[in-house]
Design a protein around this ligand. Structure first.
Ligand code: 1GP
Length: 260
């Protein structure tokens, strides 16, 4: 198994801290990227993701990546919505498959079309299973997903176990950007008990207490994006979320120690 530098960094950071926070920057929406990057790094975020379900311009991605790189040395990982998200200048790309899409394009089609460009651009491809739950937001709509109901966590467990057996090295439980309700703790906890790969949770996480309970339930990575566009106090808000996650570590189910 060949593990790249960014993936190893994620494993090491999770193993050392019990969880990490990643700041998601939507290249289409964020008009004050440099300020957000500085605030996120000061608050203790461990990496940046660049992506958005309705962002389809490669030039927007490249501009956002360059701005992040001008302010921070933390890893930048592309969070693609389509082949147009494959951009130069990032460290890595989530090589992700939306397993509960009804459209094979989002499961394997875009990946086949994109891999040569990913190699040409020297991006580290990190295999990740992407599952959309609950309301699903724009990601659910654009990705033609059949979202997993929060009330049926067994379905999320089945997908996550299958993802691990298929060789995916991360699983992302996505509720959709800006949704009212984040992935429930019970779903995270049941997935945690069923797989040993790192679990990423995102969508609708807005405060420290949500971060605390999500990490306590077994999440290894929490991702926040939308809240940065809602607040002018980015550093304070991210500090609150990251502090919440740290409190969650002491109560965490199945503390992950990942290696390669
Ligand atoms: C969306 O999971 C991410 O893909 C983050 O969600 O924008 O709601 O923080 P928010």
């Amino acid at each position: 198994m060949r593990i790249g530098k960014t993936e190893k960094y994620l494993y090491d950071a999770i193993s050392k801290n019990g969880f990490i926070h990643i700041t998601l920057i939507d290249p289409e929406k964020m008009d004050r990227i440099e300020d957000v990057v500085e605030a996120a790094e000061t608050a203790g975020s461990s990496a940046f993701m660049v992506g958005g379900s309705t962002s389809h311009k490669t030039s927007d991605y490249e501009r956002a990546i360059a701005k992040i790189k001008s302010k921070s040395s933390l890893p930048v990982i592309i969070f693609p919505s389509n082949v147009a998200s494959i951009a130069r200048g990032a460290d890595a790309i989530w090589f992700m498959s939306l397993l509960n899409s009804m459209n094979p394009y989002y499961i394997i089609g875009a990946q086949v079309l994109g891999i040569k460009t990913i190699r040409e651009f020297g991006l580290e491809a990190i295999p990740m299973a992407y599952l959309i739950l609950g309301a699903g937001g724009a990601a659910g709509y654009v990705g033609d997903a059949k979202p997993i109901p929060f009330e049926i966590p067994e379905l999320a467990v089945g997908y996550a176990m299958a993802a691990e057996a298929l060789g995916f090295r991360f699983v992302y439980l996505e509720a959709g950007s800006g949704v009212k309700t984040h992935v429930p703790e019970r779903v995270i906890s049941m997935v945690r008990k069923s797989v040993s790969i790192p679990i990423i949770v995102g969508g609708g996480i807005r405060d420290g207490s949500a971060a605390e309970s999500i990490v306590a339930s077994g999440a290894d990575i929490i991702v926040t994006g939308d809240i940065l566009e809602e607040t002018s106090e980015v550093k304070d808000k991210l500090s609150e979320i990251i502090e919440g996650g740290r409190r969650g570590v002491s109560k965490k189910e199945g503390k992950g120690s990942y290696c390669c």
